[in-house]
Design a protein around this ligand. Structure first.
Ligand code: CP
Ligand code: NVA
Length: 314
């Protein structure tokens, strides 16, 4: 079935149907193959793309830049000290100015409401490159990685261990539920995701025939997992918040180490991480460097999936 995503924003995967997500993953795989074959369709020729970053980035920034150049577009990096937004100029005014000059806008920053406001006023597609609440382009790269590795998504079991209420966990919750991946979060109860989001994800899971589980016992949680996923215990912007020391202590039982990998009862479970990783905190160097680790596939897949999102929506 053909999907026309032209003009669409990507703020969270909640706004995309399972069919549309599957279409984006398929397009990512095709664009990846073409790049490997040295074929660059340049389908974004003469397009100009604004990349607004309030927070630092390696993968997301580089993926957008490389994807733009591969497809013939011009990317313009706008760091937080480079533009007037948030200081002399409102988000709404910035959106309308950039929308008159650029064909698409990527935003990475703090409040999710900022990317929503950009989308409301820009008049061109706006893509969320991470907010405090969601990281949808990461989730697309992760789904592509799982599909490449196992050949399918439906019925796979992904266990996320660690800070279960951060942007990456939230996006995986939505993406997995929509795509029929059984999704388990194992974390201390204080770090379980928001009830409202869990209810929404449960609705998606019922529609796709998958399941959502929240469980404090990490060893029980990982049983028979296809993939164990973790992320940093302290996200960007949280470093100086009160209670971080206590959070880190409470997360020790949720570290991905050889023992937790063995608790799956399988020898083909993969280890996933959005990166950057803090070695020997949320994951041991042993697991990170092991043959189970697909973290650099995920990193590479950021380019192919971000390219697909831009190509599809422009
Ligand atoms: N995974 C990810 O978004 O990495 P960056 O923070 O380097 O962009
Ligand atoms: N949860 C992490 C993800 C980094 C890609 C953060 O927000 O810092």
């Amino acid at each position: 079935m053909p999907f026309n995503l032209k003009g669409r924003h990507l703020l969270t995967l909640k706004d995309y149907t399972p069919g549309e997500i599957e279409h984006l993953i398929g397009l990512s795989a095709r664009l990846k193959q073409l790049k490997y074959a040295g074929v660059f369709p340049k389908s974004m020729k003469n397009k100009n793309i604004a990349l607004i970053f309030e927070k630092p980035s390696t993968r997301t920034r580089c993926a957008f830049v490389v994807a733009c150049v591969d497809e013939g577009a011009h990317p313009e990096y706008l760091g937080k000290n480079d533009i007037q937004m948030g200081k002399k100029e409102s988000v709404a005014d910035t959106a309308r100015v950039l929308g008159r000059m650029f064909d698409g806008i990527q935003f990475r920053g703090f409040e999710h409401s900022t990317v929503e406001e950009l989308a409301r006023y820009a008049g061109v597609p706006v893509w969320n490159g991470l907010t405090d609440s969601y990281h949808p382009t990461q989730c697309l790269a992760d789904l592509l990685t799982i599909k490449e590795h196992f050949g399918s998504l439906k019925g796979r079991k992904l266990v996320y261990t660690g800070d279960g209420r951060n942007n990456v966990a939230n996006s995986l919750l939505v993406g997995c539920a929509k795509m029929g991946v059984d999704f388990v979060i194992t974390a201390p109860e204080s770090l379980f995701p928001d009830d409202e989001l869990v209810n929404t994800a449960n609705k998606y899971a019922r529609e796709s025939g998958s399941s959502i589980e929240l469980i404090t016992d990490a060893v029980k949680a990982v049983k028979n997992a296809d993939a164990i996923y973790t992320d940093v215990w302290v996200s960007m912007g949280e470093e100086d918040n009160p209670g971080m020391k206590e959070r880190i202590e409470s997360l020790q039982p949720y570290q991905v180490n050889a023992k937790l990998m063995a608790a799956t009862g399988r020898n083909d479970t993969i280890f996933m991480h959005c990166l950057p990783a803090v070695h020997d905190k949320e994951v041991t160097t042993e697991v990170f460097e092991s043959s189970a680790s697909v973290v650099f596939d995920e990193a590479e897949n950021r380019v192919h999936t971000i390219k697909a999102v831009m190509v599809a929506t422009l």
